[in-house]
Write a protein that binds this ligand. Structure first.
Ligand SMILES: Nc1ncnc2c1ncn2[C@@H]1O[C@H](COP(=O)(O)OP(=O)(O)O)[C@@H](O)[C@H]1O
Ligand SMILES: [Mg+2]
Length: 277
């Protein structure tokens, strides 16, 4: 499989959107949405125009984690994204509020993803973060084969089962020639609030080791931190409260790392906009 083969859809740029960052994982529950949400809000806090597209059409958690759930407006053919914490948002959860799952078949799934990418009025964005569903299935392939993804971030925990699946996700991105910005080891360790000792709940170092073995960049280790969970459940991503100058849960640093990795990958097409905080 390679991009732009005859018979395949070309990776057409999204006008106005400069960088597409896909956040993927081999497994669910490793903190992929948490990373995508905090990364998007972190990028906005650092003064970059950012959007977040929830491509997890089966289990859209972005509305809950961003603390917003309204039906988006449409002008003509274009859907207007919602805006929260300075981040433009689109999620299937906005279109299907409630607990009932949607059942999608291949072609429908394909058109929903295209609609989210190209039927939404994203405006001018420096970064559009995409929260992929877990795994290496249809949605991921459709998306990464048709969208001009700048780079992917693979989220894992340090446990062997998560790492095994992360390797599959890395293979998938390699196969379809999507560059990998790096790997994030989430729930990397727990800082004991009493003795301040570091506890390696799911073992330690596996993320970095796997990244080295697979020749991908290691972006960061994020601690298991109750504030992260609380931020997700309350719709106030923890990065909103992170101190710009001090060590926090690490999401601002992840946003900085992402910006520099994208810069290292060379100039991208599209408008360059400078916004200051
Ligand atoms: N670093 C972390 N510390 C504490 N809780 C976390 C952390 N990362 C994720 N969580 C929590 O774990 C659960 C699963 O995370 P989520 O982002 O929904 O995973 P995924 O999108 O991979 O399925 C959520 O309740 C989230 O708040
Ligand atoms: Mg998720």
């Amino acid at each position: 499989m390679s991009p732009n083969q005859p018979g395949q859809m070309p990776r057409v740029p999204i006008p106005g959107v400069k960088n597409l960052i896909a956040v993927g994982s081999g497994k669910g529950g490793v903190g992929k949405t948490t990373v995508a949400v905090n990364l998007a809000v972190g990028l906005a806090r650092l003064g970059h125009s950012a959007g977040l597209m929830d491509a997890d059409v089966y289990g859209p958690n972005v509305p809950l984690m961003m603390g917003i759930n309204r039906t988006p407006m449409a002008y003509g053919e274009r859907i207007q994204p919602l805006d929260q914490y300075g981040v433009k948002l689109m999620s299937m959860g906005f279109l299907n509020p409630g607990d009932k799952p949607l059942v999608w078949r291949g072609p429908m799934l394909h058109s929903v993803i295209q609609q989210f990418l190209r039927g939404v009025d994203w405006g001018v964005l420096e970064f559009l973060v995409i929260d992929l569903p877990p795994g290496t299935g249809d949605v991921q392939l459709t998306l990464i084969q048709t969208a001009p993804i700048t780079g992917a971030i693979v989220v894992t925990t340090p446990s062997d089962v998560s790492l095994e699946d992360a390797r599959k996700a890395i293979h998938m991105f390699h196969q379809v020639k999507v560059p990998i910005l790096g790997m994030v080891e989430n729930m990397s360790y727990l800082m004991c609030p009493h003795c301040r000792e570091r506890i390696d709940v799911f073992s330690h170092g596996g993320g970095r080791r796997t990244a080295e073995q697979m020749n991908v960049h290691f972006l960061s280790e994020l601690p298991l931190n109750p504030d992260v969970r609380a931020g997700g459940d309350s719709g106030k991503p923890v990065v909103l409260a992170e101190d710009m100058r001090q060590d926090g849960p690490g999401f601002l640093e992840l946003a900085r790392q992402t910006i520099s990795r994208v810069a290292e990958m060379g100039p991208q097409e599209g408008p360059r906009i400078e916004v200051t905080d």
